[in-house]
Structures are given as structure tokens and as C-alpha cells.
Design a protein around this ligand. Structure first.
Ligand code: TRP
Length: 347
């Protein structure tokens, strides 16, 4: 194996079980990259709390779901370091430093945050913590000195904002922080929801979860939105914008068969029900090994806990070093550094 020179940081907000959209957007490339790069996977519980402050139990429960989902898709704790965000308080301190380098206007212009604010109907009553989550994410990314940040397309503006913070920090205080590059997945385009809307999301009620039992998957597939212009199976159907085909593009290992199905659908030779039945089989085949691994990990709860505890301890060391560098660049002595020198040297 090549030495793992470059560092990757990716993360998930624990707000519920991960779904197929997370798989195509992030998890698939995470699994592929784990042997090439030193990978940290951050379970961003503090970020999840920025829009769930009144429902903290959602976040604490989802921490384990998200960790199990990551293990289930094939991330190997021997290769990857899992870190719980709240276990690294130094990230909050870095965030505090960066907040001074960002304007309110810039935060309000972030397209990702704008979209999410609209979805959640916040208007002017947006929690300040939520508006500032890209700054906390900049602390995550720079704290681990990540070179690469594999994220779904929707998170690109957040990485761009991190890059601006790094540029500003380094130009004011001297070259200190590592400039990260975003990495978008090659697995597939953004996966639509089962209702045909452009994004799959747990809160949108249009997601198929990686941990959904087979009968739930089948039920969700059979209720999927298809082509609203099509009344009968003999009507010519539309493949573009039809989420059933978007899922087949992403998950059917036999793409020749998908091409045949598309041709038949366009010609009105195959009905929605038959295509959906095929998709259900494809998804169940895809999910079977994932759910098998999940069950194995679920039976080793103590080991799962240890994976998170030891990873968090390791991650904390890295971020602590970065924080010290950042504080010293700004000219503030960190308490830890102060203890190392006598008071006469400081004052
Ligand atoms: N904001 C990311 C999401 O909603 C999660 C996240 C938190 C993250 N910290 C990160 C992603 C650091 C990449 C790097 O999916």
C-alpha cells in the first residue's frame, strides 16, 4: 500500500439514519478513498444541534445510527478514524477565532445555508449557530489539516467558505492553515427523492434509508413518483426526470439492461409496476451486504463504542496541535503552552 500522505476529512450531521442519497453523494467515494488517504470521518453532533436544539435526543440517538451506517457500507476502522465532534472542544475554540474573519453578509450569502434556511422556513429567526455552521465546519476541516474534502455537490459552497477563511487567516497571521480542496463524487449525480423532488432528505420524507428492511424498501419503491404524463403502460414514457430511472442509473450493476428498459419505457412497452419491481430487486441486492455488515457490528456494540472513543482521542490530539499553531500565529498563548514556560517569560 502507498503511504497515506494526504489527509481527508468528511463528515455527517447525525440527525437520522443515512439514506441512498448519502451513499451516492458521499459514502461511496469515502469507501473507495479510505485505503489511499488518511481519512477522518467526523460525526458532527454539534453541527446537527444547530437546527435541532429543541430535540437533542434526535442527535444523540443518530450518532450511533450514523456510525453504524458508515461501518455498514464498508468503512474499515483500521483505515479510518471516526471522531465525535463534541469530543473535540478545541474545534469550538478554532471556530471562535474564525468568526472574526467572516462577515454577517457573507454568511447570509452562502447558497447552501440560504437553501437550508428556506427549507426550514427560518426567515429572520435563524439561530445564529445555524447561520454560522460553515465557520464551525471550517474549523473541522482546518483543525484536521485536511487536504481534501469529499462532499456532495450541495456542500461545495461550505468548502469554498472554508477556503476564504484560510486565505484570510494566512494573509493576516502568516501561513498557518492548510488550504483544503473540495472533491465531488464521481459515483453519480445527486439522487432525487422518491417523490421526484431534486433532493433526497430524511426531513423531506422522500428517502430510502440504508437500514430500511426489505419490505419497507419495496413499499417506498412501489409508491415512487414516475412520469405524471403517463396514464397507461402503453403510453410512451419519459425517462428524464423520472427518479425510478435515476436510481437504476445509480444502482443497477447491469447498465445494458437499464438501456433496454429505458428504450422499452419510451416506446410504451413496459409498465411502471414492472420497472419498479425491477428497481426494488436491484436495491435489495445492493442493500443486502450493507445490512449484513450492519447486523454484525450491532452485535459488537462495545467494539463500536471503542472505535468512536479511540478515534475521538486521536482526532483531538491533531486538532489540539492545530489550535496551538493558530493561537500562536494570532499571538495568543494557549494555556497549555503557557504552562510550559515560566510566568516571567510571558508577562
Ligand atoms: N455539513 C456536512 C453535511 O451536512 C457535515 C459536515 C460537518 C462535514 N463537518 C464536516 C462535511 C467537515 C465535511 C467536512 O453533510
Amino acid at each position: 500500500m502507498e503511504p497515506k500522505g494526504k489527509v481527508i476529512l468528511t463528515g455527517d450531521r447525525p440527525t437520522g439514519p443515512l439514506h441512498l442519497g448519502h451513499y451516492t453523494g458521499a459514502l461511496a467515494s469515502r469507501v473507495r478513498l479510505q485505503s489511499q488517504y488518511h481519512t477522518y470521518v467526523l460525526i458532527a453532533d454539534l453541527q446537527a444541534l444547530t437546527d435541532n436544539s429543541d430535540r437533542p435526543e434526535i442527535v444523540s440517538q443518530a450518532v450511533w445510527e450514523v456510525l453504524l451506517d458508515n461501518l455498514a457500507v464498508g468503512l474499515d476502522p483500521e483505515q479510518v478514524t471516526f471522531v465525535l465532534q463534541s469530543g473535540v472542544p478545541e474545534l469550538a475554540e478554532l471556530t471562535q477565532l474564525y468568526l472574526n474573519l467572516v462577515t454577517l453578509a457573507r454568511l447570509q450569502r452562502n447558497p447552501t445555508v440560504k437553501d437550508e434556511m428556506r427549507e426550514k422556513g427560518y426567515g429572520a429567526n435563524v439561530p445564529a449557530g445555524f447561520l454560522c455552521y460553515p465557520v464551525s465546519q471550517a474549523a473541522d476541516i482546518t483543525g484536521f489539516e485536511a487536504d481534501l474534502v469529499p462532499v456532495g455537490e450541495d456542500q461545495l459552497p461550505v468548502v469554498e467558505q472554508t477556503r476564504e477563511i484560510v486565505r484570510r487567516f494566512n494573509s493576516i497571521y502568516g501561513d498557518t492553515l492548510v488550504m483544503p480542496e473540495p472533491m465531488t463524487p464521481t459515483f453519480g449525480a445527486r439522487l432525487p427523492g422518491t417523490d421526484g423532488s431534486s433532493k433526497m432528505g430524511a426531513s423531506l420524507g422522500n428517502a430510502i434509508n440504508l437500514s430500511d428492511p426489505p419490505e419497507v424498501v419495496r413499499g417506498k419503491v412501489m409508491k415512487m413518483y414516475t412520469d405524471p404524463t403517463r396514464k397507461r403502460a402503453t403510453d410512451p414514457g419519459h425517462v428524464e426526470g423520472n427518479p425510478v430511472f435515476a436510481y437504476l442509473d445509480a444502482f443497477d450493476p447491469d447498465q445494458d439492461r437499464v438501456s433496454d428498459l429505458k428504450a422499452a419505457y419510451r416506446a410504451g412497452r413496459v409498465g411502471d409496476v414492472a420497472v419498479k419491481e425491477h428497481l426494488a430487486e436491484v436495491l435489495l441486492d445492493f442493500l443486502e451486504p450493507i445490512q449484513g455488515r450492519r447486523t454484525e457490528w450491532e452485535q459488537r456494540r462495545e467494539q463500536v463504542r471503542e472505535v468512536l472513543l479511540s478515534g475521538t482521542a486521536q482526532g483531538r490530539q491533531v486538532v489540539t496541535t492545530t489550535l496551538r499553531k493558530a493561537l500562536s500565529a494570532v499571538g495568543l498563548p494557549s494555556a497549555a503552552d503557557m504552562q510550559a514556560v515560566s510566568i516571567s517569560e510571558v508577562v
